[in-house]
Design a protein around this ligand. Sequence first.
Ligand code: ADP
Ligand code: ASP
Ligand code: MG
Length: 418
Amino acid sequence: MSFEVYKFGGASVSTADGVRNLIAILNKSTSKDIIIVVSAMGKITNALERVVASYFESKELCVEAIQPVIEYHFSLAEDLFENHATPVFKKLQRLFEELNGFLNRNKSPDYDFVYDQVVSYGELLSTTIVNAYLSENGFASVWHDVREYIKTDATYREGKVNWELTMQNLSTELPKTGIHLMQGFIGSEANGFTTTLGREGSDYTAAIIAYCLNAKAVTIWKDVPGVLSADPRYFDHAVLLRFISYQEAIELAFYGASVIHPKTLQPLQRKEIPLFVRSFNDPDAPGTQVSLGQAIEPEVPCYILKKNQVLLELASLDFSFMAEENIGEIFKLLGIYKMKVDLIQNSAISFSVCVDNKFKNLEVLVAKLRADFKVTVHQNVNLYTLRHATSESIEILELNKEILLKQVAQNTVQLVTL
Ligand code: ADP
Ligand code: ASP
Ligand code: MG
């Protein structure tokens, strides 16, 4: 007997109708043994990020920032549960009391630590509501605190999974059958404090669980028909990719196709666990299947856009060549300041790097770099990646754009534009 893993993201459970829709999806499933991973509802993680930011400003601002989070969950629960004596309301209240308790008692000035302790409530709240709703509607689903299973190091906001411990916990402590519901995105470190796996990490949670339990398959239910040849928010010619390989999916996700979290693919590939990306609104449609060695079908150019990136252009101060020591120094600093490198290009006297300033360390990084290099900074640039490029698709991509940098490797073209 082995589990199927279903993952529902923020967009899928952002409204009461979204939560109701879970029942329709579960009713269609042929499997009786399912692990359901749910992330925070709608844009709640962003709202909780604002709670953290205001916590470091003033108590009043923090109290104000929590208010919309409280209202959102209670109003959604009121819509789902007619009987206000249902225990779910008490459970939600208890979670908010716990969160307030943390905020009142905490002495740690460590932003990332506080971030994880606070932001994780998004998933605790969403799973509390979803589990109560499933139980009330005939599914004997069991709520689990995923932090008891998924163990990480203490890198807050980007916990590194301790695979051995996690595998041991999941394989020995979780029942082998039935429907089990858990939070995405969160885990805990050795002292029991909550950690998170990085923004949008719930897909990754589904993969971790699937890997540790040798699941039959993972399905991530999305607000799109599957993996498309482009993000429909930014491109109007996106088509559904019915089949792709893990490798293709890794490349797409790595370059910024945000439909799958990039860390999701490797564990699944390792055990050849198929991944399905399917439409939450159209559960009869087949979606995308990701499996080993599968040729992309249909083979079309794929467009990926990463917004708000930073292009750094560096040159030596003394007209010397950009050699190994210089480049080594630059990479050391990029590592220290947690810059995610998207693209690099170098010539004899210059070195350009396009980075994601996820952790807002750009200013201090640039100050350090300026001690040794002439640095030009372009903020808010777009990084376009085109895979399976054809001359026609390159033409379309380049149309009306101010290009700062272009890189071509085999059939992948990357552009950094203003
Ligand atoms: P959730 O958080 O609900 O799991 P996400 O919002 O993180 O889902 O991912 C789905 C979104 O990913 C889509 O709404 C779409 O805008 C975006 N997206 C980016 N690239 C692609 C792509 N290549 N194919 C499909 N969707 C994409
Ligand atoms: N709720 C988390 C986030 O918004 C994790 C996820 O949605 O995957 O980043
Ligand atoms: Mg998401």
